[in-house]
Write a protein that binds this ligand. Structure first.
Ligand code: HMG
Length: 444
């Protein structure tokens, strides 16, 4: 059977940065540690006045195609995952393809283009669709481009303001991939929830605290669904990337995940000597007593050396980029994968043929857990990322400048301020067309 998965990845951050501890917390009269320690975030990325989901996505895709030596003829499918789309009919992938056609000789007229929506989960769903397309043979030898791109902005003063971010992750999905093979096993947890949504509005309506409970509840269902198909063990997975709305959320998700993958294994037995066995619902009179015991067990678990060693090795490295860019919605879990691979390469960790348990999530709400196998070409591929350079070069906003750029990207404000950075060798937003479409150009 044909194997398919992620052959290449590119990351493109917004060109601006808001320092949460130094710039945001003081104006909010809050302890900087709430951001750096509580939420686990140091900074957010923002789009400059000439950037948006199209420019960031097209810039990521162009760099990917350039360094892989690809032309539009090599790409048979372009799917964009986003929850920041500005057009209800024409998919963002057509805007991005249009940008790329301006700089490549050929066109993408042969390519199937679309847009995937399920909050932050859509990037993973688009990968799944592309993998199915490749393995079915419908690809006729061509690869797919999956681009997860978002400007994750909240209303000023909303509790989510601290977790904002903007950026794109472009991934090439192909046969015999260099980075990871996406294995067929998947677990799902899905329910009709109204904790985070954008009903015909730009900024989300969000019930922050409940959204965290819903994240954990759906993740639990997805893990259970996977457990029904295959036995799981903590040693099975070298890396466990989660969707990262903010790293503090992953701390909670990881404890839940570890409980599941260690349940009924020698690891649970070894831990039982220290903190007792995991509580099981049948041992309690009611649900509340069970939940209290579970919460106490989880607190004890996360204090054990065994858990902390597992977390430091398999989860902590996945957070290394997100801590400095915030939530990129559809791109976040894909940043987590890339961050872990980058960290492994820097620390000489051998991941060849090792497995990842990828835990994706989207509000509204659905979690998906699936398995990927790291391929021998991963080190060479991940070495091509220039994300450190991009993060270093971001313009550091003052609070007043942050207010201005937030207004620039707010559809309800009409603000005309100059960009803070000068675009160079990149696609930029270039004004409006006669039918209200956004227009783009490539700046040399
Ligand atoms: P908040 O109320 O401002 O923050 O909002 P808080 O007071 O709850 O503090 C956050 C953490 O910092 C807490 O840790 C505090 O204890 C700690 P916890 O108790 O939860 O472990 N803290 C400190 N730690 C050290 N020193 C201090 C200090 N002060 C406080 N001095 C909230 C937090 C997440 C609610 C808010 O940011 C929010 O509404 N965010 C948006 C929603 C969100 O991200 N939800 C996550 C799950 S839903 C999801 O992932 C989907 C999403 O990506 C969208 C999609 O799918 O499309 C959002």
């Amino acid at each position: 059977m044909t194997t398919a998965g992620i052959d290449a990845v590119e990351i493109r951050t917004g060109n601006l940065k808001l320092d949460l501890a130094e710039t945001f917390a003081p104006v909010k009269d809050e302890d900087p540690a709430k951001y750096t320690k509580g939420l686990g975030l140091h900074a957010s990325s923002f789009p400059d006045a000439y950037e948006d989901i199209v420019t960031m996505g097209a810039n990521a895709a162009k760099r990917l195609m350039d360094r892989k030596g690809l032309t539009p003829e090599d790409i048979g499918r372009i799917d964009v995952a986003t929850e920041s789309a500005f057009d209800h009919s024409k998919p963002v992938s057509t805007y991005i393809a249009g940008c790329l056609e301006d700089v490549f000789e050929d066109d993408f007229h042969h390519a199937n283009k679309g847009e995937r929506k399920f909050a932050c989960l859509a990037g993973t769903q688009a990968i799944d669709d592309a993998v199915n397309w490749v393995t079915s043979g419908k690809n006729r030898g061509r690869a797919a481009l999956v681009i997860a791109t978002d400007t994750a902005l909240y209303e000023r003063g909303d509790s989510g303001e601290a977790t904002q971010g903007a950026g794109a992750v472009a991934m090439l999905i192909d046969e015999d991939p260099d980075l990871t093979v996406v294995e067929p096993l998947q677990g799902f947890g899905s329910a009709d929830e109204t904790d985070f949504l954008k009903p015909n509005q730009q900024f989300p309506s969000v019930d922050g605290k409940r959204s965290m409970q819903v994240y954990l509840a759906r993740m639990r269902e997805a893990l259970r669904d996977l457990e029904e198909q295959r036995d799981l063990h903590p040693d099975d997975f070298a890396v466990v990337p989660f969707h990262i709305p903010f790293p503090g959320m992953v701390r909670k998700g990881a404890a839940l995940g570890y409980r599941h993958i260690s349940r009924g294994t020698d690891v649970e037995d070894a831990l039982a000597e220290e903190i007792g066995p995991q509580p099981r619902p049948d041992d309690f009179e009611d649900d509340e007593a069970f939940r209290d015991a579970l919460s106490e067990y989880t607190d004890d678990l996360t204090e054990t050396d065994r858990y902390q060693e597992w977390y430091d090795l398999t989860v902590e490295p996945t957070l290394g980029i997100s801590r400095y860019v915030g939530n990129w919605y559809t791109g976040s879990v894909h940043l987590a994968r890339a961050a872990a691979l980058r960290d492994a390469r820097e620390n000489g960790r051998d991941l060849d043929e090792q497995q990842m348990l990828v835990c994706s999530y989207g509000s509204g709400a659905q979690a998906e857990v699936h398995i990927e196998t790291v391929q021998p070409g991963w080190e060479e591929e991940i070495a091509q990322l220039n994300v450190e350079e991009q993060l270093r070069e971001r313009y550091d906003l003052s609070f007043t400048e942050y207010e201005q750029i937030h207004d620039v990207h707010n559809y309800d404000e009409s603000t005309d301020i100059d960009a803070f950075t000068t675009p160079e060798e990149e696609f930029v937003f270039d004004g409006w067309g006669r039918m209200g479409e956004r227009k783009y150009t490539y700046v040399e």
